[in-house]
Design a protein. Structure first.
Length: 200
């Protein structure tokens, strides 16, 4: 697979990342189609390397109830749903109805539509309203929203939404694990909203 611009990390050496991508097995037709669409339309996705890592996290933790914050066209949602298995349930969230419509079609064709609950709106508000607890929350919302997603010191059992501990809280919601895409900082210390194809 040739990495396209929407998959370049910006902080891992090109040679190392090219090697990783050359080692990846081929994806099925639906996933490959999503990758092509994302590349042609500059839609940021996690890419197959990180997707396989995310799959591993789900499988080793036996996560079955998953909330994805910021799902776009559903690329990572498909990987999460497949990893969770037939009894898994993944909540997809995105603020763009058109992206949600496209994602639904991909879910149907990928054979995981029954495992995914599609919700359109602000991910933080949708998480706040969702009942019950989650085994895993994948935080991939716009970077400027990260501070709002962090738990307050009064409500949190953990110091950071990326910290693993016995029982975490994100936006006051208890769950077993949180994974958040990396926030880059420039040399001036200001946050730079860049998406990465490498983990968290």
């Amino acid at each position: 697979m040739i990495r396209t611009e929407n998959l370049r990390s910006g902080y891992i050496q090109d040679e190392a990342e090219e090697y990783i991508y050359q080692m990846l097995p081929e994806r099925d037709a639906v996933v490959a189609e999503i990758e092509d669409y994302a590349a042609q339309n500059r839609v940021p996705i996690i890419g197959p390397a990180v997707a396989r890592l995310l799959t591993l996290f789900v499988q080793v933790s036996s996560a079955k109830r998953i909330f994805e914050m910021g799902s776009a066209i559903g690329y990572s949602t498909i990987w999460l749903a497949r990893a969770a298995g037939p009894k898994g349930k993944v909540i997809y969230t995105d603020g763009d109805p058109e992206k949600a419509r496209r994602a639904k079609d991909y879910f149907r064709r990928a054979g995981v539509a029954k495992r995914i609950d599609v919700r359109v709106g602000d991910a933080l508000e949708l998480l706040k309203k969702a009942p019950g607890t989650f085994d895993l929350i994948f935080n991939d919302i716009d970077k400027h929203q990260y501070p709002a997603a962090r738990p307050s010191s009064a409500a949190a059992d953990c110091s950071s939404p990326t910290t693993r501990c016995g029982r975490e809280r994100l936006r006051g919601r208890p769950h077993r694990m949180t994974f958040t895409r990396r926030v880059f900082r420039s040399s001036t210390g200001s946050s730079t909203p860049r998406r990465s194809s490498t983990p968290f």
